[in-house]
Ligand binder design. Structure first.
Ligand SMILES: NC(=O)c1ccc[n+]([C@@H]2O[C@H](COP(=O)([O-])OP(=O)(O)OC[C@H]3O[C@@H](n4cnc5c(N)ncnc54)[C@H](OP(=O)(O)O)[C@@H]3O)[C@@H](O)[C@H]2O)c1
Length: 251
């Protein structure tokens, strides 16, 4: 099916990671010119760029305003941005034990990084572009032990997305912004958390008793970014979580 993404310039943040690299491959498969972003994983990003052929590579700590703005200046003009980068703090801590430093770091690396990315993308947008944010089911049903992450993702999927939806049309009447909310997805972020036994536990409120592959999420990112497939879709959250209804609270 034609997606209309051929020749579009697409920045994928977090393309050095599991879901981001799948997004970069999926956009490249549609004929897009992909800009691959990394933070610490320069070698992984360069390997991916070599695999994709035409992709260029940009590095930035997306929690830093100066680095984000420099990255967009280096990347050149862009039609699409998939804001995939994010951090899930692995340690399970209830709110009363979360140190303020961790709270701030988690909000920074998820919410603030997404804000800075969206801001810089929209500043340079000169056409009917598309922005796709990446949240999490944690932002919809919460996640005990990770309230900082759940709060950041909730803000992305709620107030930020819905405000942006009505703002982007001031840049261009056809500009759109949507979000994907992945559930458990096999990636470096979840390594060690998705054994067969853990999947049985994790999937107790899911219709499909498996975790997603990064490609499952990437395909939805491409669909939302596509002006052909999603030209009248904006402000929406697509959940990629096998029909998850919530989380098991009592083991
Ligand atoms: N995997 C899941 O189960 C799951 C579920 C729900 C939502 N998500 C969301 O999906 C997105 C991708 O996750 P993933 O599973 O692909 O994780 P991942 O493999 O750990 O990738 C995370 C990516 O974010 C980048 N990143 C982290 N901190 C950054 C910073 N300060 N500045 C710039 N880039 C930064 C990393 O860059 P470097 O590696 O180059 O440092 C990496 O490319 C995240 O937003 C995550 O919250 C994942």
């Amino acid at each position: 099916m034609e997606t209309g993404l051929t020749g579009k310039r697409v920045l994928v943040t977090g393309a050095s990671g599991g879901i981001g690299s799948a997004c970069a491959r999926a956009f490249a498969a549609e004929g897009a010119e992909v800009v691959v972003h990394f933070h610490r994983g320069k070698a992984r990003a360069e390997e991916l760029a070599a695999e994709l052929g035409t992709a260029s590579v940009v590095g930035a700590d997306l929690t830093r305003e100066d680095e984000v703005d420099q990255m967009f200046a280096t990347a050149g003009s862009l039609d699409v941005c998939a804001a995939v980068a994010g951090v899930w703090p692995a340690e399970d801590l209830p709110v009363w034990e979360i140190p303020l430093d961790r709270w701030r770091a988690t909000l920074d690396s998820n919410l603030t990084a997404t804000f800075l990315t969206a801001r810089a993308f929209l500043r340079q947008l000169d056409g009917d572009g598309s922005l796709v944010l990446v949240g999490s089911t944690a932002g919809i049903v919460g996640e005990a032990g990770h309230a900082d992450y759940a709060a950041a993702k909730s803000a992305i999927l709620g107030g930020l997305l819905l405000s942006l939806k009505n703002e982007v049309v001031r840049k261009n009447p056809l500009a759109r912004v949507n979000a994907v909310a992945p559930g458990w997805t096999e990636s470096p972020m979840t390594r060690g958390q998705v054994s067969e036994a853990q999947v049985r536990q994790i999937s107790r409120t899911m219709a499909l008793r498996k975790v997603a592959q990064p490609e499952d999420v990437a395909n939805q990112v491409v669909v939302l970014a596509s002006p052909v497939l999603s030209g009248h879709v904006t402000g929406q959250v697509v959940t990629v979580a096998g029909g998850m209804e919530g989380r098991v609270i009592h083991p």
